[in-house]
Write a protein that binds this ligand. Structure first.
Ligand code: SAM
Ligand code: SF4
Length: 327
């Protein structure tokens, strides 16, 4: 799959549910309304969809959400997708809030998963409860340690939030170093109305990096994870530290990915509204020719890039919530 700007699309992110057991303040509103269950693709439909993308050249699949591990039957789907590894697929991975990892870490490894991203914005139990509006940090830390014990490489994702965790980045770098985890810091993006003040909470990561350089020796690294993060190596811990800066640095020129929601809507760019419905062609026939034609047409109009702006008066740049497309 080659888009109009010559970029090869090899990475599919699949949001398997819009539901979640947490309500992170930057991601969801407290009173989120979720989709009617009938709108969701079944697990069989998600499997058909992923398999079609793999046949068309996708080599990396990431499951996300909502919280992917709260979808009923998800481990069955993960097992079936895992069987595509080595048969077109190079990697199956997951972005999770970690609450269910203690239960599922071994199963993920058995399905062929080798690394996962876990979102963790703070190490402080009270802050964690506040930022997630309902989470218990012990459950997540137990999950992360279970993942490590099962042999999964863990990368921690932290959204940088002024007034929430802006005094914790040094501690997070050290904690990740002590446990052998890489860490990626993410700028908050203007996705969905969440009743939190993003203008107040937004921190440009260029200033965070400058600050961390007072405590750590950061060496630029040319490591690429196939994503938008730019990495440095922290000499003191030997671990990688990534920065995802959609607001301050546009990385669209090397974009290799598309996203599909749990209703089968394909978004060719996280920061644009244009989308293609894949559920109708998926359901219209038992064969996959209509589905594959719809995928080709959509890739043929992947936009050049996004245009996020954080502006109080204008509201969110994108009306949809991050939990729809999974970040
Ligand atoms: N529930 C899973 C989790 O939290 O990892 C997967 C879905 S979550 C939507 C994926 C990632 O998006 C998380 O790392 C989360 O912190 C990030 N995210 C959510 N809303 C965001 C926003 N407005 N700006 C930047 N990152 C956001
Ligand atoms: Fe749930 Fe992940 Fe969104 Fe937090 S960031 S509310 S864990 S989907």
């Amino acid at each position: 799959m080659i888009d109009p700007f010559g970029r090869q699309v090899t990475y599919l992110r699949v949001s398997v549910t819009d539901r979640c057991d947490l309500r992170c303040v930057y991601c969801m509103a407290e009173d989120m309304e979720f989709l009617p269950r009938g709108d969701l693709l079944s697990l069989e439909e998600l499997e058909r969809l992923c398999a079609a993308f793999v046949r068309k050249g996708v080599r990396k699949l990431r499951l996300t959400g909502g919280e992917p591990l709260v979808r009923r039957g998800i481990m069955g789907l993960i097992g079936r997708l895992g069987s595509l590894i080595g048969d077109g697929l190079d990697e199956l991975t997951l972005t999770t809030n970690g609450t269910q990892l203690a239960k599922y870490a071994d199963g993920l490894v058995a399905a062929g998963m080798r690394r996962i991203n876990v979102s963790l914005d703070t190490l402080d139990p009270h802050r964690f409860a506040a930022v997630t509006r309902r989470g218990r940090i012990d459950q997540v830390l137990d999950g992360i340690m279970a993942a490590k014990a099962a042999g999964l490489a863990v990368k921690i994702n932290t959204v940088a939030l002024r007034g929430v965790n802006d005094d914790e980045y040094e501690r997070l770098v050290e904690w990740c170093g002590a446990h052998g985890f890489d860490l990626t810091l993410i700028e908050t993006m203007p996705m969905g109305e969440v009743h939190a003040d993003r203008v107040q909470q937004y921190i440009p990561l260029s200033s965070v990096r400058q600050r961390l350089e007072r405590s750590f020796t950061l060496a630029d690294s040319d490591h690429r994870s196939g994503g938008p993060a730019r990495y440095v190596t922290v000499a003191e811990t030997g671990r990688r530290l990534g920065f995802i800066t959609p607001m301050t640095h546009n990385f669209c020129e090397s974009c290799n990915r598309v996203r599909v929601t749990c209703t089968g809507t394909l978004y060719m760019c996280l920061g644009q509204e244009d989308a293609a419905d894949l559920r109708a062609p998926l359901r219209a026939s038992e064969g996959d020719h209509l589905l594959e034609a719809a995928i080709d047409a959509a890739i043929g109009r992947k936009p050049k890039g996004h245009d996020f702006i954080i502006d109080r008066a204008a509201g969110p740049t994108m009306a949809r919530h991050m939990s729809v497309t999974g970040g």
